[in-house]
Design a protein around this ligand. Structure first.
Ligand code: WTA
Length: 634
């Protein structure tokens, strides 16, 4: 028996040990017993983390959509696969059964084929959280096309960069999207993006808000008439284990976004295994993850992980504040949600509101609560535990990354202990370690250091699209032979991990990773800006918010608030509203080292409101700049 579903602490300990002693056997058993293969593998894993080169289940053949859909038809054909809750609370929810989902995916896949999409082609999905997004993901997987989902809050420029970087042939979008009381002109954003891109041959458009949009002849096609003509039978493309399944962009500390590449078999095995264990899914559960499919959490824990386990997965189109801030709890009560998985920023925002908005809803269906995206602070953890879980639902604080494909460190509900602010223990099969400044692994159990992973796991990213060198440089060059996460962590005497945060220039704002460099690039494009530096500072709801120090060119006499708005508009148009600055301070100059590097450490302290202990600043090129910044700080 494999350890696909861990049911006791004894089994957890045994699985952890077996996975360390004999990872090949451990993953062989899990893969063989719980998935559908057209061909099994010759080798379980081949790895050299210095190249780095990793393959899992080489020689195997499969299709992940077949595992998500066809495999569930006999037993669960009439079970709800996707439960769609629209933005409008008065509109009825849509229940899509496994049978229907299978048909809709096959039909959509035939439309993709009719527009010339073949195995290996890249398709960009820029869609709101409507069923068509999940269906498009699965339709790509069905025919072996590589999906690249771009979060539909990104700007036209950000979308264009992502379309170009992996040379997409098609974009799938909608006329617009609902966001609470507002609508967003998604198709207009796509049109703008495509003015800057070359390779797009066709755009499929889902009608969602029935707005007036421009349709470019021979390029843009409404989806509905194409679906109406297509057959609902589509044999799955047989994929090799290491064929790419998707590309998903994530911000780096420098340069353009990184197209993280995940491959088919390893990703599937780990998404299925981690979902089953972390959420202890049982047949009649109704599971809801509030993330957007534009992020990795939505890929692994709205679409693939749940469907691989025959689960009912909820997709919510709206926002937590519409029509009021009780919306999440209303949905929990309405659909009798059993597992609820959200982000600390949402918890903090909702915890600020009146408790009556929680208490008027019946939350007694809940069994397990989850958190992801950033460290969850103790206060938010207790509020979640007391008021949402009523102290009877274990909380899983799940640490992982886009690059990991699936949850790496977490407690297992009912089996291992949840500890506030600790992600706790690695899932069996994951071998994290802490490294010191000299690049050595810290062997004492109680320690603090930089977190690495020292043995490959099936769903680790294989490369950065089109740039293997950058992949190696970013993740494998800092500590020889180990995957470096970019996070710092503490480990207690029992081996529990507490993530302390990023150790690079990535800042996590409301759970979204933002690199400082792209934001600074956007600010610097303002004609009056000479240079800028962006750092994070603690924020009640966002966890961390952005503080920009901006030096203007000489000749200006503009109103400062007007300039601040212009700078933020610049950021919104280059990246998206999520990257706007909370505070903007205009400076005479930025503190620099003698080699001309901006001293972010000093700016960070000032932004945090702690300028008493800046360390030795005498070696700076321009120590006088520092006093001026302190005097004018917010
Ligand atoms: C942070 C999200 C503390 C971390 C799935 C990581 C967390 C980055 C947690 C990846 C957590 C995510 N506790 N920090 N439970 N979960 N992080 O790629 O810094 O969007 O490196 O993946 O988020 O963010 P990403």
């Amino acid at each position: 028996m494999s350890h696909y579903h861990i049911k006791s602490i004894a089994q957890f300990n045994q699985a952890t040990q077996e996975a360390k002693d004999n990872p090949e056997q451990f993953w062989h058993d899990i893969a063989l017993e719980n998935f559908m293969w057209r061909n099994t593998w010759d080798t379980v894993v081949k790895h050299d983390l210095t190249m780095p080169s990793v393959t899992w289940f080489e020689g195997a053949q499969l299709n992940i959509s077949e595992n998500c859909l066809d495999r569930n038809l006999a037993e669960r054909g009439d079970k709800t696969a996707i439960l769609f809750e629209p933005n409008d609370p008065d509109a009825s929810a849509e229940k899509i059964t496994y049978k229907e989902l299978h048909k809709r995916v096959c039909t959509f896949a035939n439309v993709l084929k009719s527009k010339g999409i073949k195995k290996g082609d890249r398709v960009c999905l820029y869609l709101p959280m409507i069923p068509e997004l999940a269906i498009a993901v699965l339709a790509c997987a069905r025919i072996g096309a590589i999906h690249s989902v771009v979060f539909a809050g990104f700007s036209a420029t950000a979308l264009a960069t992502r379309i170009d970087d992996c040379a997409c042939k098609m974009v799938i979008t909608s006329d617009g999207s609902y966001r609470g009381a507002k609508t967003i002109d998604l198709k207009g954003i796509v049109d703008q993006a495509l003015e800057k891109c070359n390779g797009i041959e066709s755009v499929l458009v889902v009608k969602r808000i029935a707005s007036e949009i421009l349709m470019v002849p021979d390029r843009d096609f409404w989806l509905a008439p194409l679906l109406a003509q297509a057959s609902d039978i589509c044999e799955p493309e047989i994929m090799d284990a290491e064929d790419p399944l998707f590309v998903l962009y994530t911000s780096g500390s420098t340069g353009k976004p990184k197209g993280i590449v995940h491959t088919t078999a390893g990703y599937m095995v780990y998404a299925g295994y981690s979902f089953k264990n972390v959420f202890q899914y049982e047949e009649d559960d109704v599971y809801w993850c509030t993330a957007d499919i534009g992020w990795i959490t939505g890929h692994s824990y709205i679409v693939y992980g749940p469907l691989l386990n025959g689960a009912t997965t909820v997709m919510f189109e709206g926002v937590p504040t519409y029509p009021d801030v009780g919306r999440f709890w209303e949905i929990v009560a309405k659909h009798k949600i059993t597992q609820f998985y959200t982000a600390p920023t949402a918890i903090r925002a909702l915890a600020k509101e009146s408790l009556s908005l929680v208490e008027k809803h019946d939350l007694s269906s809940l069994k397990i609560l989850g958190s992801v995206g950033e460290p969850i602070n103790e206060e938010a953890w207790h509020w979640y535990d007391d008021h949402i879980g009523k102290n009877k639902c274990p909380i899983v604080d799940t640490w992982w990354q886009t690059e990991n494909g699936g949850i790496m460190i977490t407690s297992i509900p009912g089996i291992t202990e949840s500890i506030p602010t600790y992600a706790t223990l690695p899932l069996p099969g994951i071998q994290p370690c802490l490294m010191d400044e000299n690049g050595n692994e810290i062997l004492e159990i109680k320690a603090e250091g930089r977190m690495c992973v020292k043995f490959p796991w099936p769903s680790m990213a294989r490369t950065i699209y089109g740039n293997h060198e950058r992949y190696k440089e970013t993740y494998f060059a800092s500590f020889n032979g180990k995957y470096f996460t970019g996070d710092g962590a503490l480990r207690d005497e029992l081996g529990n991990y507490r993530i302390t945060g990023r150790v690079d220039d990535v800042i996590i704002v409301s759970g979204h990773n933002l690199g400082t460099a792209p934001i600074e690039d956007a600010i610097d494009q303002h004609p009056l800006v000479a240079e800028s530096a962006v750092v994070g500072f603690p924020h009640d709801i966002k966890g961390t918010a952005l503080y920009g120090f901006v030096t203007l060119k000489n000749e200006q006499g503009k109103d400062e608030n007007e300039l601040r708005n212009e700078v933020n508009d610049m950021i919104a148009s280059e990246i998206g509203p999520i990257a706007k600055l909370e505070k903007i301070q205009f400076t005479q100059g930025l503190p620099k080292t003698r080699s001309g590097k901006i001293m972010r450490r000093i700016l960070r302290k000032i932004a945090e409101g702690d300028s008493s202990n800046l360390g030795d600043i005498s070696t700076l090129l321009n120590p006088e700049a520092v006093q001026d910044i302190i005097d004018n700080a917010f």
